[in-house]
Design a protein around this ligand. Structure first.
Ligand SMILES: Cc1cc2nc3c(=O)[nH]c(=O)nc-3n(C[C@H](O)[C@H](O)[C@H](O)COP(=O)(O)OP(=O)(O)OC[C@H]3O[C@@H](n4cnc5c(N)ncnc54)[C@H](O)[C@@H]3O)c2cc1C
Length: 401
């Protein structure tokens, strides 16, 4: 059996769903191919969706908590409290519902979806691409003008067509608990080499439960695992008392690919979201950047489909449209490295002592945006003299990054 579509999208996660919606809105026929029997399971996510990404899909009803503030803790315990209840900083959503509704919007717009299906092979020809798909145990052929890989961190499409690997592959682990004594609307972040080497741990309100997790890079973990380090935060750290009443009701873990691929599109194949390595280096968030990537690329991809211009030259031009996003992520990574990943606990404590001053918190509240830390970094360098001393590495990263 042979099916015909303009675009076949492998992977019905949030980015595949959003891409399908945008392509349908541009008038193309779209097929979503999802290996699982349902959308949104299993998921590996802390569930934070920033206001910009949320405004693109208007799915506020999937939020379990609205996050307006953060308590950030230095390795020795110095807390810095930021935020203002008047301003929503991010949404803590039910990922299952969020993914289902994003994909549901594309189906309402006319996209087809095959569940329990996955590609077995693919060929690229001069006039079309051919996917051999295992659909409910039977092999069928899908002929299309473009194959899109939205199939996550270990993307089959990326590996099949040898796109290379994202620059950094972090790992995260998370438990969902009851009994965490957090503040409504406020997330906690914990730092320190003994609990999240080079990165941080979190406790995020999610309705009646709290998601407690950490992330790091495999080369920084030595002999430990993310799971054992999270256990250390909860049972054997200066903050353990806070976790003493927690009861674990769920566990998740997974990779966080960051450092977007140099090429994300070639004749008749494109990669989006985790498959392209588009997670933010500062937060690990992948939904916002995945949506941003779709918005940047879809108008030109649509024109390429309509004019049937899948030339190498046109694809290089479309891939380059992501250069500003790549640059933004590179600068954010340079700041993250300078302040967190490459700082010793002593240096981090020094930074927290400065951040905890009232006048500095005011600046953080006015300009701080975890999704875009560069403007805050520049303002702190300009306005806080002690900061210049501890941040000389960061200043270099900002200038040369
Ligand atoms: C611990 C942890 C916490 C995180 N927290 C956040 C957070 O708070 N906010 C945030 O924005 N991001 C977070 N992320 C990252 C986020 O989960 C991903 O960036 C996001 O899910 C990427 O969406 P995607 O659609 O690109 O890929 P995915 O969500 O991975 O979706 C890929 C889809 O493709 C399907 N698929 C895979 N292979 C195939 C195949 N061969 N055939 C058919 N289907 C296939 C999968 O079943 C899945 O449905 C976190 C990640 C981790 C590990």
């Amino acid at each position: 059996m042979k099916f015909h579509y303009d675009v076949a999208i492998v992977g019905a996660g949030p980015v595949g769903g959003y891409l399908a919606l945008k392509l349908r809105e541009s008038g193309h026929s779209v097929l979503l191919i999802e290996e699982h029997a349902e959308v949104g399971r299993p998921f590996q996510c802390a569930g934070l969706v920033n206001p910009d990404a949320m405004s693109k899909v208007s799915l506020e009803e999937t939020a379990l908590s609205i996050i307006w503030g953060a308590r950030i803790h230095g390795p020795s315990g110095t807390p810095v409290e930021i935020g203002n209840p008047e301003r929503v900083r991010t949404w803590s959503v039910c990922r299952k519902k969020f993914d289902e509704r994003v994909v549901g919007k594309s189906i309402d717009a006319g996209a087809d979806i095959w569940l329990s299906s996955y590609p077995e092979d693919a060929e690229i020809g001069p006039d079309s691409a051919l996917l051999h798909v295992n659909k409910d145990g039977e092999t069928v052929e899908v002929e299309c003008k473009l194959i899109c890989g939205c199939d996550g961190a270990h993307s089959w499409v990326r590996r099949k067509f040898r796109f290379g690997r994202p620059k950094e592959m972090m790992v995260g682990f998370q438990v969902e608990v009851t009994g965490y004594p957090g503040v409504e609307g406020v997330l906690d972040m914990y730092t320190g080499s003994s609990i999240a080497p080079g990165f941080f741990a979190w406790a995020i309100p999610s309705g009646s439960t709290t998601r407690i997790g950490m992330w790091s890079r495999p080369d920084l973990l030595d002999e430990s695992s993310c799971e054992s380090l999270l256990g250390k935060l909860m049972n054997d750290s200066i903050w353990s008392e806070r976790f003493s009443q927690c009861r674990i009701v769920g566990k998740f873990g997974g990779p966080v690919p960051s450092g977007m691929l140099k090429r994300t599109i070639r004749p008749r194949i494109a990669l989006f979201g985790d498959a392209a390595g588009s997670c933010k280096p500062t937060t690990g968030g992948g939904i916002g950047p995945g949506f941003e990537q779709v918005d940047i690329m879809v108008p030109d991809i649509s024109r390429a489909i309509i004019s049937d211009n899948h030339s190498e030259e046109n694809m290089i031009r479309i891939s380059k449209m992501l250069d500003p996003m790549r640059r933004k992520h590179r600068k954010a990574k340079a700041l993250r490295d300078a302040f967190v990943t490459e700082s010793t606990d002593r240096e981090l404590d020094e930074i927290f002592m400065i951040w905890s001053k009232e006048e500095v918190i005011e600046i953080i509240n006015e300009t701080g945006e975890i999704d875009n830390p560069v403007p805050l970094g520049i303002r702190l360098l300009r306005e806080v003299p002690e900061f210049r001393r501890v941040a000389s590495k960061a200043a270099k990263a900002l200038i040369w990054g």
